[in-house]
Write a protein that binds this ligand. Structure first.
Ligand SMILES: Cc1cc2nc3c(=O)[nH]c(=O)nc-3n(C[C@H](O)[C@H](O)[C@H](O)COP(=O)(O)OP(=O)(O)OC[C@H]3O[C@@H](n4cnc5c(N)ncnc54)[C@H](O)[C@@H]3O)c2cc1C
Length: 404
């Protein structure tokens, strides 16, 4: 394993760290104030546009995009620490145009889009002129198993027609959202993993109704999580992404690098929480001295540091494997980091909340929000149990022959 960063990667890390210090951290309270003052909880605070313009001007833009024609062309290993640095702030990834769900959608378009689809959707997404969402999960079926999906995509002449209901469609309420990548059932009689297709649905197509904005532990997210009804939504047949029946395969392709991005952002969450915890316990006194003098608090800090270091190494290993042997061969590690990252991040955030006392559950710090996000992300993008199943299956396969 070689985790040595190229000079270019190191230079980008330095520039990104200083951009975070100079612009992103000071921008956080401004973002919160502007959002609170806006009429619409989904409106883009003006400070975000300013931050994006600055990041773009400094070349800290689309760094996630590994396909050289469309972005920075960094390897997964080179991008991983950048995702961590941006992930230290909740608003960081969006500033650098590296936030979900757009990153996964841009990846899909770069890999499987036709030249026309890329011109229409990928270019404006890369320029942050529009945003997008990904609609797979459905309220009425257990969607961690995509074979259960019911939303129908039916061919009608030179069009496809969509009928069904999706929920937790993150990003659909962003006023800039112009594209929905929808996964539904196009071939109900085909083998289980050949029944689904993906369709590019312009957000303003008639028949799309957002029934409600779903909360996340009571929080309203700026992007919005839509409960969405699709009724006779008609799009040209040319809007099919990839071939008919390839939806499941495309979804798998979308998730490899995406999981690494999630995991590294979680390392960033954990580092931020650990830093806040250390500062707090050094400054706060109880029972005759700083909280930092209490053995139990030192244990929280030591365990957090050990777990974060272990996690970072595991994520870097999977990034390195993805670069050297490919996403398919790195499947065990990619599944493992999704579980490990959010569990570690949530545990570290939980300790930091405890160390802050009542302040930890207030919104005076970012911790309460990080607590909710890290918990929700153990379900989003596939619940832990589904990834653990993958890891266990591949581990058991090593011994199957000998047991037979
Ligand atoms: C904040 C947030 C944002 C999201 N954004 C999006 C989005 O943008 N687009 C989108 O399409 N979806 C999105 N989702 C949905 C998310 O991907 C799904 O919730 C997830 O895949 C699980 O599907 P489900 O909710 O139907 O749970 P179910 O499939 O009903 O599963 C329920 C529980 O059963 C358990 N379980 C499932 N399978 C197994 C198994 N094999 N073994 C043991 N236990 C198991 C797990 O604990 C799981 O949590 C988001 C979710 C959240 C919370």
């Amino acid at each position: 394993m070689d985790f040595d960063f190229s000079p270019r990667a190191r230079e980008l890390q330095d520039r990104m760290r200083s951009f975070m210090d100079q612009h992103v951290y000071p921008g956080e309270p401004v973002y919160d104030q502007q959002l609170a003052a806006a009429d619409d909880p989904h409106a883009l605070p003006p400070v975000m546009r300013e931050l994006k313009e600055k990041a773009r001007a400094e070349g800290l833009w689309n760094l996630f995009m590994s396909h050289g024609d469309w972005g920075a062309g960094l390897s997964n290993l080179e991008y991983a620490p950048l995702a961590e640095i941006a992930g230290r702030s909740i608003i960081g990834p969006e500033v650098f145009n590296c936030s979900a769900p757009d990153t996964g959608n841009m990846e899909l378009l770069a890999l499987y889009g036709t030249p026309e689809q890329r011109d229409r959707w990928l270019r404006p997404l890369l320029e942050a002129r529009i945003r997008s969402c990904f609609a797979m999960t459905e309220p009425d079926v257990a969607s961690s198993d995509p074979r259960n999906l019911r939303t129908r995509i039916t061919r009608d002449g030179d069009a496809y027609v969509v009928n069904g209901r999706k929920w937790y469609t993150s990003g659909i309420l962003d006023p800039d959202c112009a594209l929905i990548i929808l996964m539904g059932v196009s071939d109900p009689d085909a083998p289980a993993y050949r029944q689904q297709s993906m369709l590019l649905v312009p957000r303003d197509t008639p028949g799309i109704t957002v029934l409600r904005d779903l909360p996340m532990f009571g929080y309203t997210d700026r992007l919005g999580h839509g409960d969405v009804q699709f009724t006779d939504v008609r799009v040209p047949a040319a809007n099919l992404l990839g071939a008919q029946g390839e939806g499941f395969a495309l979804a798998q392709g979308r998730l490899g690098p995406g999981r690494m991005h999630y995991a590294m952002r979680a390392v960033g969450f954990a580092e931020r929480a650990l830093e806040l915890m250390c500062r707090r316990v050094l400054a706060r006194e109880a029972f005759g001295g700083p909280l930092a003098d209490q053995g139990v608090v030192r244990e929280w800090i030591a365990h957090s540091r050990i777990e974060v270091e272990q996690l970072r190494l595991l994520v870097l290993k999977s990034a390195w494997l993805m670069d050297t042997v490919g996403n398919a061969a790195a499947r065990t590690e990619v599944a493992a980091i999704k579980v490990a990252a959010l569990q570690v991040a949530h545990r570290v955030v939980d300790r930091a909340v405890q160390a802050h006392g009542a302040a930890g559950v207030s919104d005076d710090t970012v911790l309460a929000r990080l607590f909710a996000i890290t918990r929700a992300l153990r379900i989003a993008d596939g619940p832990d149990e589904v990834h653990l199943r993958t890891v266990a299956r591949r581990e058991l396969a090593k011994y199957k022959e000998e047991a037979a």
